[in-house]
Design a binder for this molecule. Structure first.
Ligand code: PEP
Length: 245
């Protein structure tokens, strides 16, 4: 059995003094577990200092080329060298605001797999797709494209996060029936693509997870944890999620 995962995506939030305060508050709670793990995805600036406090710190973004004239970008090798254990790929904010298309995301998956670096591959439909009942087809296209050059021998690197766009940062969350349907669909797609070894790939839920809705979300079959934005910015709230996982 793989550990359940509670992952904090801080996005472009928290300054250095705020991160220091976050760590201080975090250390005041009990995070011991044999079955669960915490991951923190801070601004890349803070990876070096946080890797001393957390067993798993990752990066929100990277560029897939190994090095070179790419002003402002960070490579996987650079991130690994300062302690990044994994990366996020395909987050809807990267897709929408920074125009990362399916082909670009496929390159990022290939780069992470080539480097043997764990990654959380995010997928999610928008409201029009959900209402038009094309959400399953859309997720299938997203995942098939992202994983088109991914080899089953690397499955241990893969974690999926289902994050409906209409639920990210909006206060809306998918209900238990919607999450159950989508997570079962993603599992069957992974099994179809990669065979029975894909049964151990964790599938997280993300989208306005908070202490009020966490228990019902975590009780859905195939939900192996959560990728959390807003509710991860306060260690007390984040710990309330941890206790329910
Ligand atoms: C996210 O950033 O991946 C996310 C799910 O954000 P929030 O929890 O704020 O909806």
């Amino acid at each position: 059995m793989r550990n359940k995962i509670l992952a904090a995506n801080w996005k472009m939030n928290l300054t250095l003094p705020e991160v220091e305060l976050w760590v201080k508050k975090f250390n005041g709670f009990n995070w011991q577990s044999d079955t669960k793990e915490v991951r923190v995805y801070p601004s890349a600036l803070f990876i070096p200092m946080l890797q001393n406090n957390f067993s798993h710190v990752g990066a929100q973004n990277f560029y897939y080329e190994p090095s070179g004239a790419f002003t402002g970008e960070l490579s996987l090798e650079q991130l690994s060298s300062v302690g990044s254990s994994s990366v996020l790929i395909g987050h809807s904010e990267r897709r929408e605001l920074f125009h990362e298309d399916n082909a670009f995301i496929t390159q990022k998956v290939k780069a992470a797999a080539d480097k043997n670096l764990s990654f959380i591959l995010c997928c999610g439909e928008n409201l029009a797709q959900r209402e038009g009942k094309t959400h399953l087809h859309f997720i299938e296209q997203q995942l098939k494209s992202a994983l088109s050059s991914f080899d089953r021998s690397k499955l241990s690197l893969l974690c999926i996060a289902y994050e409906p766009i209409w639920a990210i940062g909006t206060g809306l969350h998918a209900n238990a029936a919607q999450i159950t349907e989508m997570h079962a669909f993603i599992r069957s797609l992974l099994l179809e693509l990669f065979g029975s070894d894909a049964s151990s790939v964790p599938i997280l839920y993300g989208g306005s997870v908070n202490p009020e809705n966490a228990a019902s979300i975590f009780s859905c079959p195939e939900v192996a944890g959560a990728l959390v934005g807003g509710a991860s910015l306060d260690p007390h709230v984040f710990h309330q999620l941890w206790e329910q996982l």
